[in-house]
Every structure is written in C-alpha cells, then in structure tokens.
Design a protein around this ligand. Structure first.
Ligand code: NAP
Ligand code: G4F
Length: 383
C-alpha cells in the first residue's frame, strides 16, 4: 500500500504540482477543495478520476480552512500519513482588503489542522508540512535571509502566516508532532495565479506581442524577488516530510531580480528590447528594438510585420493602484541548510522559468486569439 497524503489547497498552483508528483510516487492523494459557483479544478483536471473508478489515487473532499468540524472529520476519515497545508488566501495586496478573513484562514486554519491531528490521536501517525513564506522577513533584518533571520512581517498576510509558523513550531515542541515549516521564497510557473506579478507580466507581454492588448499597468517596478520554479519547490516540501526529525527550512534560489528586469526578460524571450525611462509614476517602458529573426521564429512572419510598426511605443506604465501600503522591497534567500540536509537541488534558474512561462502563455493567448478572431495572430492564421 502506498502512503496517504492530504493536501489542503490542492486546486492552487503548488497543490496541483504536488498532487501530480505524489501520485507518480505511488501515493493515494486526498485533496480539500472549496465549493465554488463555477469549476475551480482546472489545474488538476488531468488528474481527476471518476468516483466510480475503483482504487482511485486522487480523491477530493469539499472543505474549508475556516471550518474546524469539516477539517476534523476529513482528517479522521482519511488518516493521512502526511498533511501538506497549502491552503491560504495567498495574495499579499488583497490581504489589506480582507485582513480578518486572511487571519482566519492563513493563521487559525493552521491551528485547526494541528489541533485536529492532536485530538484525533494521530500525532504518531501523521506528519505535517506548513506552507510558510519569505514574506515573514518583510522589512529584512539580514541579507540574504536564512532560517535564523528575525521576522518583520509587512502585511496582514505575513502577520497571519507568522502565527501559523509559530503555532507549528509550538505544537512540535509541546506535543512532539512531526510538524515542519517550509519557508519558501516566491515560486512561479505556467500555473501561477494570474494576479501575481510574474504571471501578470507573461500574460500581458504575450497579449501585447499578439496585438491583443496595447500596454500593461504595473505597481512598484523596483522591488526585488528571489524567484524559483514551483516544480522544484514542491519537491522540497516532500523532502521535508521524509526527514526523521521535523525542522524548518528556507527554500530559495539565492538570486534576486527587480520586477523591471523580469519584464525585460519576458519581452527578450521573443527578441523585443524594452528600455525604461522616467521615475516613479512617470516611469515608462518603450519598445527600443526588435531582433527580427528571433521574433519571426517565435511569433510568425505576419505578427512580426504588424509588431514592427510599434517600435518606440510605450508598452509598460505605472499605476499607483498596484502599490502596497507597506512594501517588501528585497527578498533573497540562503538555502544552504536545505541543500545540505535535504539534498534539495533545483532544476530551473530564472531564465528557464521565464522561458517556460512565456512559451506557455504565448500558446494560451494564441488559442484565445484564434477563438476570438482578434489580434495580429489571425493574419498568420489565414496565410
Ligand atoms: P494559490 O495558487 O493561491 O492556492 C491557494 C489554494 O488555497 C487554492 O487551492 C485555494 O482554493 C485554497 N484556499 C484559499 N482559501 C481557502 C480556504 N478558506 N479553505 C480552503 N482552501 C482555501 O497559492 P500557491 O502559490 O499554490 O501557494 C500555496 C501555499 O504556499 C499558500 O499557503 C501560500 O501562501 C504559500 N506560499 C506560496 C509562495 C509562492 O510563491 N507561490 C511562497 C511562499 C508560500 P481556490 O482554488 O478555491 O481559490
Ligand atoms: O507577485 P506578487 O504579488 O508576490 P508577493 O507579494 O511577493 O507574494 C507572493 O510570494 C510570497 C513569498 O514571498 C508568498 F508568500 C505569497 O503568497 C505570494 O505568492 O508581488 C511581487 C512584487 C511585489 O513587490 C509587488 O509590489 O511585485 C510587485 N508588483 C509590481 N507591480 C506587483 C505589481 N505585484 C502584483 N501582484 N501586481 C502588479 O501589478
């Protein structure tokens, strides 16, 4: 019999990659999904099995991190070997609009899971992974940030996650639970939510290239993030729960990049050079050059002919509505402990991540353009 895992947040970016990874390892994976008025399982539809299939390896349960009785019932029925608590209201900016809800889900939600495991008498059977975050470092007290760096959270999201971090440590120390925190720096992928900065950029750049959108409005272009690939980071979650003793680990690449440079890299993926001019709200990104053979290879010849007419135009502007009340300016992690103790080695660096996201979004936007019959791509379609 394979091991049994329970993933909260299975419909999210990390939940989807982790579910696929664990199923390939022979696990039976149970996932908690929220009831929604429209389908919210697009990231895991390829793993879905009809409830009538015998010996399923993916089983979904309706649930919510705000509902203790629901969580306790599911954990009691599933009796998982491993729980990956990935569910959260995970958007930092939105947490300023919904601070109480964020505290309830991201902070108390973790307590509900720990307490359910304890009350059900599963302490010796069930290992728990808590999705902690580099946002805990906030106004950073040390560069780079590692496991011993003091926390200084800068948003309702980060404050809620700080409670979750410490309640996990406390249950480990008080009750001897195998409960661990992964302090994960930003990780992205083609499955990343569309309102996080990297995906917003790769989607918008793809649409601009295809003539489906003129420009994109961004927030703080100067903040720096340590971006890795979600496919690498979910492997670290798994490794953390395979250790004999529970502990807390930083997962990061050790490279930090501005939002501005991420935008440049995304356009450069198809040979478009962007130059930024101006400061603050007046900063703008212009099309400064086009490497025509690369553009043609990636986008097609008629798309190139149309796009060439846009040389010199502004495609990136700043809008203060995307600024945060208290910003996290710089994140860069030191993952030495994870590399030495877990043997965690990432496969992707930032250029590979950008390539993966751009290729996926260009494909997706081309499909959209064909369906809506809009944008330059349609010219290629008729050639
Ligand atoms: P995500 O794509 O936003 O997924 C969040 C998941 O949580 C979704 O499945 C969502 O369900 C679910 N969820 C939200 N509120 C819930 C509730 N009240 N009850 C039950 N489920 C709920 O996030 P992610 O990028 O995969 O991140 C996974 C976890 O790691 C999160 O806890 C996040 O805070 C943390 N983290 C992420 C990063 C990163 O860079 N990605 C870095 C550090 C830590 P719906 O699909 O229905 O919305
Ligand atoms: O992509 P972001 O929204 O991610 P953020 O705030 O770093 O949080 C993500 O990573 C955390 C790990 O450190 C996770 F815990 C959390 O759940 C989430 O996954 O923003 C990144 C940066 C910020 O400095 C933001 O101000 O990009 C800046 N930014 C600039 N313009 C923008 C935009 N962010 C968004 N979302 N949208 C913009 O237009």
């Amino acid at each position: 019999m394979g091991k049994v895992a329970l993933i909260t947040g299975i419909t999210g970016q990390d939940g989807a990659y982790l579910a696929e990874f664990l199923i390939k390892k022979g696990y039976i994976v149970h996932g908690i999904k929220r009831r929604a008025s429209s389908f919210n399982t697009s990231r895991i539809d390829h793993l879905y099995q009809d409830p009538h299939v015998e010996q399923r390896n993916l089983i979904l349960h309706y649930g919510d991190l705000t509902d203790s009785m629901n969580l306790t019932r599911i954990i009691g029925e599933v009796k998982p070997d491993e729980i990956y608590n990935l569910a959260a209201m995970s958007h930092v900016k939105v947490s300023f609009d919904t601070p109480e809800y964020t505290a309830n889900v991201d902070g108390l939600g973790t307590l509900r899971i720990l307490e359910a495991v304890r009350l059900l008498g599963l302490i010796q059977n069930t290992r728990i992974y808590q999705a902690s975050t580099s946002e805990l470092y906030g106004l950073v007290q040390e560069v780079p940030q590692k496991e011993t760096t003091p926390f200084y959270p800068r948003s309702p999201y980060a404050v809620a996650k700080m409670y979750a971090y410490w309640i996990t440590v406390n249950y480990r120390e008080a009750y001897g639970m195998h409960a661990s925190n992964g302090i994960l720096f930003n990780h992205e992928s083609p499955l990343r939510g569309e309102t996080f900065v990297t995906r917003k950029v790769t989607r918008a750049v793809s649409r601009i290239l295809l003539g489906m959108q003129d420009q994109v409005f961004m927030g703080n272009l100067s903040s720096k993030r340590d971006w890795g690939h979600a496919k690498d980071y979910i492997k670290a979650m798994y490794l953390i729960l395979q250790q004999d003793a529970p502990d807390d680990y930083v997962i990061a690449t050790g490279v930090t990049t501005t939002i501005r440079d991420f935008i440049r890299m995304s356009f450069l993926e198809v040979g478009v050079e962007i130059e930024f001019k101006g400061v603050g709200l007046e900063e703008k990104g212009f099309i400064a050059g086009i490497k025509e053979s690369l553009f043609e290879e990636k986008m097609g010849v008629s798309c190139l002919e149309s796009f060439k007419k846009r040389l010199g135009e502004v495609v990136v502007r700043v809008d203060s509505q995307y600024f945060r009340l208290t910003e996290v300016e710089l994140l860069i992690g030191d993952a030495t402990k994870s590399k030495t103790k877990l043997g965690w080695i990432p496969d992707y660096d930032l250029p590979l991540l950008v390539k993966d996201m751009m290729e996926s979004d260009i494909r997706e936007m081309k499909k959209e353009a064909y369906l809506k019959e809009g944008g330059y791509i349609i010219l290629d379609h008729f050639e």
